[in-house]
Design a protein around this ligand. Sequence first.
Ligand code: ADP
Ligand code: ADP
Length: 226
Amino acid sequence: TTVLEARDVHFAFGRTPALRGADLRLGEGEILAVMGPSGSGKSTLLHCLAGILVPDSGEIHFDGQRIDRLGETGRSALRRDKFGFVFQFGQLVPELSAEENVALPLLLSGVRRSAATAEARVLLERLGLDGLAARTSGELSGGQAQRVALARGLVARPRVLFADEPTGALDSLTGEQVMDLLVGSARAEGTSVVLVTHEPRVAAYADREVVVRDGKVLALTAEPAA
Ligand code: ADP
Ligand code: ADP
């Protein structure tokens, strides 16, 4: 079944078109790599799928519901409750410890601090970070910080994890460790993943690849049956 779908999505930044009729379908539990050259529209497509940007035209459907027509409140609730995010630079809150950063999405969803902290510890342990729970991002290596960011992206058990160049700032060995954890966690939870990358080695972790070129999506490998 299809979890998330973009239909004929157009988006322009002022006069700069970024998406010109993009179509994409993400299956339940599917890990989809979105590749393509810099400036082709990958991040814009991710932001439209995730309800961060609203398309100028076209439709975004999540779980059979049209989400591009939701207001900012509805889209922000959706992002909080159903989606997880991990970006190129972890973007941890520098004043908070690793554990507090991971607990943050749960606290924002109204989970009590004790339960949020307990869940954050589970995620940190699963990602091999239990010894680092008290550290702030300034006290973590790049790879460790990115694993903390991944833990934060997964802690609320999202239906869809959006990963935009999640290994882009890491050396290749550290990037492989992060990808092993990302894919392993997604598989274990049945989480669908939209993985934006321009690195073929990262895309190789996905079930399927598409390429974005000039704001359109070219399918590379066959779509799974709906
Ligand atoms: P990619 O992720 O493939 O590198 P983007 O989606 O970031 O591509 O960008 C697509 C196009 O939109 C590019 O021409 C880029 O310069 C432009 N663009 C992206 N973000 C902005 C922005 N905030 N303001 C203006 N133009 C933007
Ligand atoms: P990516 O790694 O996806 O290619 P970029 O480095 O192109 O991302 O862009 C990083 C950020 O800068 C994005 O948030 C994007 O929206 C913004 N951006 C990209 N192109 C432009 C632009 N031409 N004008 C203003 N902002 C831009």
